[in-house]
Design a protein around this ligand. Structure first.
Ligand SMILES: Nc1ncnc2c1ncn2[C@@H]1O[C@H](COP(=O)(O)OP(=O)(O)O)[C@@H](O)[C@H]1O
Ligand SMILES: [Mg+2]
Length: 238
């Protein structure tokens, strides 16, 4: 589904992502972890097209998408949620979720029906007519997630979906990810919540200082000395 080859991103001499080669198989959930500042967000930005990598390649379903813009990737099956959710604060929940399909040839009734089904899926029916600015941080994450689902993505990149959200919302998020995955959707999930990440992921990839230092089953990662070392002395809570 996805393959990065030697992916590298530098900012003014700082190598944020260093020669990373990662694959995601169809239907796989890859958990991405690593200490604060290890390049996880920059990696997802390079894959989704938010940043153009300095070197290396990104292949999606056999096509080179290295230089493809984020809006085009979104249309072509790669969705993306942010550490701090990006929603339209002044629009209602329903309007927010309709946005991705407004510039298509679909009729408005069809768009609204679809939006309502996505809202139901993330259990936001009770706030459907509220402005996004009224929602909690966790509800905004669900909203951003549901908006991404309007285009029926095949690969979803999620940056800290469980961080700082109410346990109920965390459960909804977790269940939705699993349900989508049961239907074949692939994921890269960045998370500091190690227990959640281990339980939801098929495979874990670990970054340290921009480089991939480990990849394996959650049980293998738990026992990996390099991973333990990478975490010692680092602030992993932010
Ligand atoms: N837009 C940017 N400009 C300059 N440096 C950046 C930028 N984005 C990230 N960095 C730097 O790249 C490194 C990796 O950051 P990031 O990808 O956010 O790590 P993580 O998500 O693992 O915490 C950090 O040293 C960070 O300061
Ligand atoms: Mg980050």
């Amino acid at each position: 589904m996805l393959e990065t080859e030697g992916l590298t991103k530098q900012f003014d001499g700082l190598t944020a992502v260093d020669n990373v080669s990662v694959t995601v198989e169809e239907g796989e959930i890859v958990g991405l972890m690593g200490p604060n500042g290890s390049g996880k967000t920059t990696f997802t930005n390079c894959v989704s097209g938010v940043h153009e990598p300095t070197a290396g390649q990104v292949m999606f379903k056999g096509t080179d998408i290295t230089e493809r813009a984020v809006f085009k990737n979104a249309r072509d099956g790669i969705a993306r949620t942010f550490q701090t959710p990006r929603v339209f604060q002044d629009l209602t929940v329903l309007e927010n979720i309709e946005v991705p399909l407004l510039n298509t040839d679909r009729d408005l009734e069809e768009i609204e029906a679809k939006a309502r089904s996505k809202i139901d899926a993330v259990e936001l029916e009770h706030v459907i007519m509220q402005e996004a600015s009224d929602l909690s941080g966790g509800q905004k994450k669900l909203l951003e997630f549901a908006r991404n689902l309007m285009r029926e993505p095949e690969l979803i990149l999620m940056d800290e979906p469980f961080a700082g959200v109410h346990p109920e919302i965390k459960k909804t998020m977790f269940d939705r990810i699993q349900a989508l995955n049961d239907n074949g959707v692939s994921f890269i999930i960045v998370s500091h919540e190690v227990d959640s990440l281990y339980s939801i992921s098929d495979r874990i990839v670990v970054f340290d200082q921009g480089a991939q230092i480990a990849s394996g089953q959650p049980v293998e990662i738990q026992e990996n000395e390099r991973v333990v070392e990478a975490y010692l002395g680092h602030d992993i809570t932010a």
